[in-house]
Write a protein that binds this ligand. Structure first.
Ligand SMILES: *[C@@H]1O[C@H](CO)[C@@H](O)[C@H](O)[C@H]1NC(C)=O
Ligand SMILES: *[C@@H]1O[C@H](CO)[C@@H](O)[C@H](O)[C@H]1NC(C)=O
Ligand SMILES: *[C@@H]1O[C@H](CO)[C@@H](O)[C@H](O)[C@H]1NC(C)=O
Ligand SMILES: *[C@@H]1O[C@H](CO)[C@@H](O)[C@H](O)[C@H]1NC(C)=O
Length: 332
């Protein structure tokens, strides 16, 4: 907490935040809450996103809005599941709980992380996804959260938050605690093997592979930093600190040019839990290039992802029933 408070004070006094003009902010209505992450297909269609009630939906433009695309349970019933809050275990098991998703742009397959059903895949036509690893009773995942694919090899990288969420969902307790049960895993579609690469991570929420496949980044939520694991070169199989952040990072997404956007929430615990949602652009060398303040539109709402697509910025939050889209570029 002390670390977070000091970071907050330093950050707010030393940095002039840039922000997007309100007129360039647009909301795309979602069918339900719980949209944590977005994916775009190889034809730039989307966004696709998962919802609390288990649906994976695709945006078809302003007239049609979001339509059903895929499910992570074979027998999901729309009548029983659509609109459910996804807050109880039974509903999650029956309806699904997709929280991360990313396309293999070469094959068109959509890889999905379901918090209870593990790593799954569905073809470009959508429908019922097939389980590849982890899942209920499986030994592979505690709480899988982040997913990205090596853009060159198609190997899937997954972050697992660890066991903390099975002990408490109280954010204050989680922030004051010292959990290090998170892991980085990889799934190789060629060998169909899933294995652990790194352990001892502090709630690794997000993951992103470098454009050239030389390293993979994990956001360590409780450590307020991004850790890098080298996949190639002389440092292969070792990890180091990539960037220190002013708050708790969630998802991290690579841009077309090889930089990254990370959603950062500065959290102040006293007198009550307050959140300052930011987006930070970080170069492939780990330099923070831009900091954007989303407080204007999101207030103290926790955000989970910032993704850049063709000059637009898509902001996700599991607490909003819309996709936030900023366009018109950054204004300081
Ligand atoms: C799904 O439905 C099929 C056909 O009714 C049934 O055989 C199968 O056991 C069901 N699967 C689950 C997980 O309920
Ligand atoms: C969360 O934990 C904090 C610190 O232990 C406690 O003060 C607070 O009452 C808890 N909140 C809830 C909703 O249980
Ligand atoms: C990294 O690990 C892989 C797999 O164990 C091994 O093949 C490779 O030689 C290692 N690279 C370095 C630089 O240690
Ligand atoms: C932020 O507050 C404004 C003004 O009360 C409100 O219109 C807006 O919906 C809030 N945004 C979110 C994401 O809750």
């Amino acid at each position: 907490m002390v670390k977070i408070l000091i970071a907050l004070v330093l950050f707010l006094t030393q940095n002039t935040l840039s922000s997007y003009g309100a007129h360039s902010f647009k909301k795309i209505q979602l069918p339900s809450l719980g949209s944590e992450a977005y994916a775009f297909d190889a034809q730039n269609g989307g966004p696709y996103t998962g919802l609390n009630d288990g649906r994976i939906v695709k945006f078809h433009g302003p007239n049609l809005g979001f339509l059903d695309f895929a499910t992570t349970t074979q027998n999901r019933s729309k009548r029983a599941c659509d609109g459910t809050s996804g807050n109880d275990l039974r509903t999650c098991l029956v309806c699904g709980k997709p929280i991360g998703l990313e396309f293999n742009k070469r094959t068109g397959d959509l890889y999905i992380l379901d918090a209870y059903h593990g790593l799954m895949v569905v073809g470009k036509g959508g429908g019922a996804a097939t389980q590849l690893a982890g899942g209920r009773g499986g030994t592979h995942f505690d709480f899988a959260d982040g997913i990205d694919l090596d853009p060159i090899t198609g190997v899937v990288y997954i972050t697992d938050l660890g066991s903390i969420l099975s002990k408490t969902s109280n954010m204050t307790e989680i922030l004051l605690g010292n959990d290090r049960s998170g892991r980085l895993l990889k799934y190789d579609p060629k060998t169909k093997q899933c294995g652990v690469i790194l352990t001892g991570l502090a709630m690794p929420a997000g993951v992103a592979v470098a454009r050239d496949g030389s390293f993979v980044l994990m956001t360590e939520y409780l450590n307020c930093r991004i850790t890098r694991y080298w996949l190639k070169g002389p440092k292969a199989n070792t990890s180091d600190i990539f960037a220190e952040l002013p708050g708790n990072p969630d998802n991290i997404k690579r841009t077309k040019t090889g930089d990254f956007w990370v959603a950062v929430n500065i959290q102040k615990l006293h007198p009550k839990l307050t959140v300052f949602p930011l987006g930070q652009k970080i170069s492939a060398k780990g330099e923070i290039l831009e900091t954007v303040n989303f407080y204007g539109e999101y207030n103290a709402t926790y955000i989970t992802e910032v993704q850049e697509q063709f000059g637009k910025f898509y902001v996700a939050s599991i607490y909003t029933d819309f996709v936030g889209v900023y366009s018109g570029g950054l204004r300081c």
